[in-house]
Ligand binder design. Structure first.
Ligand SMILES: *Cc1c(COP(=O)(O)O)cnc(C)c1O
Length: 391
């Protein structure tokens, strides 16, 4: 079956005696046993819940994995993956990554004796130089966030495996509709389901998907031990959102392409970072790895004041962190989603303070372009040359 069919055609309520069309919210913490010795399929909702199980089976299928685990947030999902490590182990991560992931790696895991090293994975050979005998996990995003570098997933999987390490990839920016990293050799796929999977900014959730049964057993153990698994109601919202993943992304991508082309032609815009622009050097690699450019992009103006004024002048693009929702949003990574990057790391990475990130929604394309047009006009007046001090 093709992806669009699989999104809506799946066992929504296995074994439910009433044969509901939609997965019920099994809002229960416990499940009764018939006898002391006979534990049923479900026992306690931290360990397993039928609503969550449907969501997990669906995500495992969509990512071409064998097992998926849903968590209460993307960060809880990433944290569970780091539970595979022990004191003395090291993570090697690409340097352009989500701020919250940096915070977890460098300011929480360090307390347990786990060290994170960062390097630019655009050059896999140079990146591999940063491996040490203690490196057990390589972690990346592609496209990266917020500079939209395209990393060679297959090469980096080989680098990891040659070293006896695992490759985990945060696939939140793409979703399983556009990119399936397990097919390219990644061991672990992570999602912030808060973004495209849920798609409506009404649920915070995360997922870990794997192929290997032993790895699945380890993640299951950590999920149950730590207790951050997704609730029945949030699992229901995730399932509800997932069904329109393709519809939403097809529309969002069309709109995003129009927005990217429009931005690229503005004199105020110094650079657009988006895998959909043919001028992008990494375009060909991305086309081999994914079936579309997605609907999130960044651009710079060279001026913090102008960028701020653009964001504050937009009406349809709401100033909000996050991305992937049906409604468009705009943010400044340096002070919003990536404000949690530790200062010593910030000094090493390229995070332009004037960078604006936009997530394009399902609104009418003409309305979106018109809104950006009026925002740019207004911002140019507000941030007149006298007040524009550059960065
Ligand atoms: C948002 C985000 C996360 C964190 O997910 P939450 O659901 O907010 O905890 C992790 N990785 C990426 C790439 C994200 O964009």
């Amino acid at each position: 079956m093709k992806f669009a069919t699989r999104l809506v055609n799946f066992p929504a309520a296995p074994k439910d005696p009433y044969r509901p069309s939609v997965t019920p919210i099994y809002q229960t913490a416990t499940f009764e046993r018939e006898t002391m010795d006979a534990s049923g399929e479900f026992d306690y909702s931290r360990s397993g819940n039928p609503t969550r199980t449907v969501a997990e089976r669906q995500l495992a299928s969509l990512e071409n994995g064998t097992r998926a685990f849903c968590f209460s947030s993307g960060m809880a999902a990433i944290s569970a993956v780091t539970g595979l490590l022990r004191s003395g182990d090291e993570i090697l991560s690409d340097i352009d990554l989500y701020g919250g992931t940096c915070r977890l790696f460098s300011r929480v895991l360090n307390r347990s004796g786990i060290r994170a090293n960062y390097a630019d994975a655009l050059d896999p050979e140079g990146f591999a130089q940063h491996l040490t005998p203690a490196t057990k996990l390589i972690h990346i995003e592609s496209p990266t966030n917020p500079l939209f570098h395209i990393l060679d997933i297959q090469r980096l999987a080989s680098v990891a495996h040659a070293h006896g390490a695992l490759l985990s990839i945060d696939n939140s920016v793409m979703s399983p509709y556009l990119q399936n990293p397990l097919d390219m050799g990644a061991d672990i796929v992570i999602h912030s389901g808060t973004k495209f999977l849920g798609g409506h900014h009404d649920v915070t959730c995360g997922a870990v998907i794997v192929k290997d049964e032993r790895l699945a057993g380890q993640i299951r153990f950590i999920s149950n031990a730590e207790g951050a698994a997704l609730s029945p109601f949030d699992s229901f919202l995730l399932l509800r959102g997932l069904q329109t993943l393709k519809l939403r992304i097809d529309c969002q991508q069309r709109n995003a392409m129009a927005v990217a082309k429009w931005l690229a032609e503005r004199k105020e815009v110094t650079q657009v970072f988006y895998p959909g622009l043919a001028a992008d050097a990494a375009y060909q690699l991305h086309q081999r790895q994914a079936s579309g450019p997605g609907s999130v992009m960044s651009f710079s103006t060279g001026s913090v004041a102008l960028s701020k004024a653009i964001a504050e002048s937009a009406r349809l693009f709401h100033i909000a962190v996050s991305f992937g929702s049906v409604s468009s949003s705009i943010s400044m990574p340096a002070t919003m989603s990536h404000a949690s990057v530790p200062p010593e790391l910030l000094a090493k990475r390229d995070l332009p303070p004037d960078l604006l990130r936009v997530s394009v929604g399902v609104e009418d394309e003409e309305d979106l372009i018109a809104d950006l047009g009026q925002a740019f006009e207004r911002a140019s007046r507000l941030a007149s040359p006298a007040t524009v001090t550059g960065v």
